[in-house]
Design a protein around this ligand. Sequence first.
Ligand SMILES: [Zn+2]
Length: 506
Amino acid sequence: MEESEREVIINASLLDAEKRKFIKKSLVIENGKIVDIKDAVIESENSTDLKGKILLKPFCDYHIHAPGTKLYDLFGINLSEVSTKDYASVIKDYIAKGAKIVRGFGWDIDELETFLVKQNKSPIEFLNEISTDIPIVLFTLDFHSCWCNIAAVDVMRKTSPELFDAGLISSCESGLFHKHVAYSLFKNEALSFTQLEAEEAFLSFQAQAISYGIQEIYGFLFVGIDAARAWKVLQSLENKGLLRIKFNCTYDVYPDDTIEGLAEKIEASKKYVSKHIDFVFAKIYIDGVMENYTALLHEPYNDNNTTGVPNWEEEKLQELVDFFQQNNIPLHFHAIGDKATSMAVNSIVKSKKKSELRNTITHLQLCKDEDLQKMKDNDIVACFQPFWFFSKQEIPKKEIERLGRKRAEQEYPVSKLLDIGGSILFSSDCPVVQNFCPLLGIKIACETQPNAKERIYDYISAYQVGKYVGKSPTLKVGDNASFIILNTSKVEDIIKGKASLERIGF
Ligand SMILES: [Zn+2]
């Protein structure tokens, strides 16, 4: 809203997070602040009557990868909805339009393998048949792996020789590269995106977030562009006055990082801090993912006699955790398997400054009860992605294969943690999900978890701006007049997924 404007809103249903219900109230807004909230209707010449519609603080996505899918939607190809058999024609059509490079994402390792075995081709052969002179670089949906043709490998040889020197790429390649090589391609300016492309993609991503009522994000590993360049993109947009949501950035930590290197990175980030840009977490990947058996488990997988491999030795992990805690930077752990969660929790408990910072663990596919209790006792917040939740009646086949039914039933222990008084945040992990609308996330949590009528207040709160820093989701006098208004007065409509945004006021 405009500065110096006065607005009176009557009959708005406001969330009272402590009483766990919506209560009809009137509010007065002046100069962008809430200056009065009353139970009774406030008489005013031109008030807005919401007729009981729900008015909430804006949403925050507590784990997302900016700019989502936008770089690929606008300046490349998005294969996430394309069937493997159509890859060749989609890529050929894109080249036929005059593309000088093909940058894409969205394929799945298992599906690709099955497809290529049938075709009797190696990954690089398949892409070379499409083109040997236009570079083709295609990432998996999770961006942990990358698939290239010979032209892309040739560009890498010229522009990223260190990957060859270090033996990360050898001469006889299949065209598939994982982790380190895949990430390093975001840094490679010849195969990545330009500053202007990235600026446009960030603005498009921001518009998508705002349309979902999101006013703030906690952004991890950028997609399509490396962190150092992404910070410059955000700064440029801030200088042009174009940022409207708050970007809380993070320091991504890798096993080959040194304490000195990380200290330099932290120092270098300081010049980017501004109204809409901040740095809040250090992100440490403890393990990988269930799909390829890299999630770290206490008991072996159901369909493979391994327990996964940690990305860290305990001593090195502890050294890093202590370093960040001493520098007042809270940690955000990626932990999928139950043993990964144990490692994360124990490293925090052991760390010296444990009580002063709110650390978070994200994903938490499996977690032992004793670790949930330790999380609660040490104010470690669980950052879940409700988009991945499923009900006990509809456990995905793959989960049962990997973990067996008994463990699969225990996945994503959001209810258990809330039952013992633990703290949760919600997020999307976009681009793993592309529709990252918080109202959809809340609906999925309600559908898949028990006791939706009671829990809905926890789920809404888990998405509210300020939740992580301990602010109550209940609007108070003195708060900024930033809010969203839903098209309904009924909380049941949110549970059933019938609610949508009617007004975005920030
Ligand atoms: Zn993520």
